[in-house]
Design a protein. Sequence first.
Length: 305
Amino acid sequence: MGQVHQLILTHGIEAARRTAESRADRLCVDAAYEVMADEQASIGITHAGFAMAALPHKQTPDTVWEREAGRVKLLVESGLDANRKPIGIPYGSIARMILLYLQTQAVKTRCREVELGASMNAWLGAMGITVGGKTYQIVREQSRRISRCRLTFFRRTNIAEMVTNGAFIRDAILPLDSTPAQLPLWQERVRLDEGFYQSLIEHPLPLREEAVRQISSRSMAIDLYIWLAYRLHALSEPVEVNWHALRRQFGESYKELRYFRRDVLPSLKLALAVYPEARVAVDERQGLILYPSPPPVPERRALAG
């Protein structure tokens, strides 16, 4: 359990808030408290592959997005519109949250068909994302990109390479273009791509839904939380991860390590705040030491969830 969690347990939330020296520190305190106070402990699900290779954080002009870490590699190819013009790669926190909803529902129901409509909007609202105004356009655009992109997961072992080709979903999410007043944002149901769904069922990664809600607007914190949830519980001994390795996985767009370190530290601290079980030592000059830790969702609950 991290320092912020011990502080809350020992002195209470108000005392913990008074020790915060910055807005980022206060955000970590509040996020940690909400996760610790969450009695419902709802579970979200993502593909374990996203722990090692994630979507871009910002819009990219590339039509093929490539990420590789360890033995996992992800290729995401932009879809095309009717005029064969690239639509773009999905990116940012909204795209991650839409995909998290689709994956969670598919695994919980053990069905490729996922209900959208009011259910999707209600879930986004519960995650702190109100589908209206400017956010409506962002959700709509990310949905369009998710609907049409294609992806390939590569997973290597000592004797073989396993390749999963497909897409996120088989059916398009969006109706024909029109004004928001005339058409709903979502179809009533969509069907996940069969290859992606099967790979998801075989490689699910349970997450605390309250933890995700607390970091829902920060794509880097989402990626770090997923990465920690995947790595820590599988460790048998401490592992050192230096800043250069972290930049290769989470910040290849940064030319200078110091700027990556400066920008990633607040997201890392937030990810650790919403993962009380995580045992991670952060050295701002050297990197991280990861220690064997319980998963964010106990194994029995994950299997039952």
